[in-house]
Design a protein around this ligand. Structure first.
Ligand code: SME
Length: 148
């Protein structure tokens, strides 16, 4: 699947107005169409924590609530910047979820300048996430902002 085609499909999905259903469908769409996205979840900011919302992957994560500032997820929420981790095992902030995960990308979702959530994607291969993934997912995060 190319990023342009995916963006078109995502634009169709977000025509719907039901928040939970849109977030769930986007997660499923990304998981089903991008092979290197081995696990994907959307975390939502709740006070000083991130709480796991819709997710899709082979296994559930134990990290359903992560304090902002902790882990890769918490770092992206604290800085408001996308994190791309080429090799999770060489980053000491990494909170391990799955034995198979080798690389990770976390994209903050902002609403009127405030971080309201994020997209977290794990990959089973080292260095899976390119700058094109980053730009694409940042555009997706922008589109999701109004559902947060
Ligand atoms: N690895 C993340 C935790 C979330 S799991 O990948 C689903 C982190 O370091 O914050």
């Amino acid at each position: 699947m190319d990023f342009k085609g995916a963006e078109k499909k995502i634009d169709e999905i977000i025509k719907e107005t039901n928040k939970q259903s849109v977030l769930k469908k986007i997660v499923e769409y990304l998981y089903n169409n991008f092979k290197h996205y081995s696990w994907i979840g959307i975390y939502l900011v709740d006070g000083n924590d991130l709480v796991l919302g819709p997710w899709k992957g082979p296994n559930a994560t134990e990290h359903t609530r992560i304090p902002i500032g902790t882990g890769i997820c918490g770092a992206a929420a604290a800085s408001g910047k996308t994190e791309i981790i080429v090799d999770v095992h060489s980053d000491n902030r990494y909170l391990s979820c799955f034995f198979s995960t080798k690389s990770e990308i976390v994209i903050p979702i902002k609403k009127e300048g405030t971080i309201v959530g994020e997209i977290d994607i794990d990959s089973d291969k080292i260095g899976s996430f390119s700058n094109d993934d980053k730009l694409f997912l940042e555009r997706v995060a922008k589109k999701l902002s109004r559902f947060m």
